[in-house]
Write a protein that binds this ligand. Structure first.
Ligand SMILES: Nc1ncnc2c1ncn2[C@@H]1O[C@H](COP(=O)(O)OP(=O)(O)OP(=O)(O)O)[C@@H](O)[C@H]1O
Ligand SMILES: [Mg+2]
Length: 263
């Protein structure tokens, strides 16, 4: 459980004069659920963008299982085993649920172009195998009943789940989830958190989660890191973060005080 799968080492991401991420270092351990919290604009999504190759860090290094990711394009990072969801849902809205999954699985297919064009046996076999695998995944995520629906017609909570399913379809070892419960009602949120825990347990994934709902973060995380103004201001177990003075000042203030009053 304690081996680092991803290392973020003294990473900065500057946009002009703005230090969106400022000299940040942390590790993600194999098999853990690590959460990243912090106020709006703290640099959370930017860290995801740096890890997944959307941006090359201004300074520092990101390594995944010993491979430096700095200069790799997003598709290459995906093929190494890192997949993500987006803060604002980015599905292929007019494709079906199943098609969204099949497209994500494409990067794992071994057939070459010629075999695909002429629909040679290996292509047909793989297609069948891909569909079966996609359906198993949809079943696991509770979306099989909607497999032929257009993604845009799913209720919002299920679109969020489909995004996670799509990330899982790449066979990624490390899943980066950017506010997966945003816009969900409390019951959907609880369910989703149960599902994320289950995914880690059943499928041996490592999960890096950005989430605003503190109750949820405290309940689900093995460890939490906290950003403020692009800097990492705290790192620790949920109970340590809850009691951390800097975190309370930067972020938790009102919530913690409120809870203290009612306890
Ligand atoms: N491509 C970009 N160009 C310029 N500034 C950017 C860019 N991307 C992010 N920023 C800025 O970097 C800072 C951090 O943004 P980021 O999206 O990482 O914050 P966040 O912690 O995810 O916030 P939120 O909780 O609102 O999602 C913000 O000030 C944002 O405006
Ligand atoms: Mg964000």
């Amino acid at each position: 459980m304690s081996e680092a799968i991803l290392k973020v080492d003294k990473v900065s991401m500057h946009f002009g004069g703005l230090k969106a991420v400022d000299n940040v270092s942390f590790d993600i351990n194999q098999g853990e659920i690590l959460s990243l919290i912090g106020p709006n604009g703290a640099g959370k999504t930017t860290v995801f963008n740096v890890i997944t190759g959307v941006y090359t860090p201004t300074l520092g290094n990101v390594t995944f299982k010993g491979v430096n990711l700095n200069l790799l394009k997003p598709y290459k990072v995906t093929s190494l085993g890192i997949a993500r969801t987006f803060q604002n849902i980015r599905l292929f809205a007019q494709l079906t649920v199943l098609e969204n999954i099949l497209l994500a699985m494409h990067c794992r297919r071994k057939t070459n172009l010629l075999e695909s064009v002429f629909k040679l046996p290996r292509y047909r076999y793989e297609t069948k195998e891909c569909i079966q695998k996609a359906e198993e995944l949809l079943d696991y995520m509770g979306l099989l009943g909607e497999k032929l629906e257009q993604a845009q017609n799913l209720p919002y909570g299920k679109q969020r789940k489909l995004e996670i399913a799509r990330a899982m379809a790449t066979d990624a070892e490390l899943l980066l989830l950017d506010e997966p419960a945003a816009g969900m009602n409390p019951q959907e949120t609880q369910e989703l958190m149960g599902l994320i825990r289950q995914i880690r347990k059943d499928l041996n994934k490592t999960i890096f989660l950005i989430e605003h709902d503190m109750k949820l973060v405290m309940g689900i995380s093995d460890r939490i890191i906290v950003f403020d103004h692009g800097q990492l201001i705290a790192e620790g177990l949920p109970e340590e973060i809850r009691a951390n003075k800097r975190v309370i000042e930067a972020y938790l203030g009102k919530e913690v005080e409120d809870n203290a009053e009612t306890e």
